[in-house]
Design a protein around this ligand. Structure first.
Ligand code: O7E
Length: 224
């Protein structure tokens, strides 16, 4: 239900702190998402340390958008580091891009999560006009999940309607970006991705616990 985005916390100093943070968070979360800020700061060693610190899924958010061979190579590297899933854009299309990524995913066991809409306002200017095409692509390559914004629950509802229960929905935009914990789950998401609300808080473990409680409360209310 709760995936923590480990973009470098403001107060974090050095690698060791990631494992301490994970120790605090682990019992409340379903997994971790790391992206370019984490990778630039901590590199492969950081991924290895994170892998050692938790058995929960690790999602690497590279928002891949390249030719197929390059993306497949990236996936093979990530598989060796024990990563569970990677995030890719859909606009590259199938032939020569997502097709190869999908084959690499099946060969390595690293799942694919495809961006079909984003949480910022500018997503409406371009990305959102193609949601249905992106959903078709996600189904075609047997993606494990898609990204849809907590900031626009109607998009989540649409995605759930089109894809049914076959694909997981990951929703960022909770907290600092304005959406309330539990709101994306009520719209049909499986996971809410939360970053700064947790990583910038004085007590990340307690904040994660409180967010889980808010998620559950809201979920119970919206399910009647
Ligand atoms: O606003 P925060 O601090 O809770 O962080 C949100 C995280 O979700 C951050 O890591 C950012 O990269 C990611 N994100 C969005 O904020 N909006 C999007 O549309 C997509 C993502 C994202 O993670 O995409 C892959 C899931």
């Amino acid at each position: 239900m709760l995936v923590v985005a480990l973009d470098p916390p403001v107060r974090e100093k050095g690698r060791r702190k990631t494992s301490l943070l994970v120790e605090e968070l682990d019992k409340y979360v379903s997994g971790y998402k790391i992206g370019l800020p984490f990778l630039i700061k901590h590199g492969r060693r950081g991924i290895r340390e994170l892998r050692k610190s938790t058995e929960k899924p690790i999602i690497v958010d590279l928002k891949l958008a390249d030719i197929g061979d390059v993306m497949a190579e990236v996936l093979r590297h990530l598989a060796r580091l024990g990563v569970d899933a990677v995030i890719a854009h859909a606009f590259t299309g199938y032939t020569g891009a997502l097709e190869d990524l999908s084959k690499a995913s099946m060969a390595t066991g690293v799942g694919l999560i495809i961006v079909v809409s984003m949480s910022h306002r500018g997503s409406e200017e371009y990305i959102d006009r193609h949601v249905d095409e992106f959903l078709e692509l996600a189904a075609r390559i047997r993606a494990k999940g898609v990204v849809a914004p907590a900031t626009r629950p109607r998009v989540i509802r649409h995605v759930r309607e089109v894809l049914g229960d076959t694909v997981e929905i990951y929703s960022p935009g909770i907290g600092i970006q304005g959406a309330e914990p539990g709101s994306a789950l009520c719209a049909g998401a499986n996971y809410e991705i939360v970053g700064r609300l947790i990583t910038r808080s004085g007590n990340p473990g307690e904040t994660a616990r409180a967010i889980r409680e808010m998620q559950l409360e809201r979920w119970l209310k919206c399910r009647g």
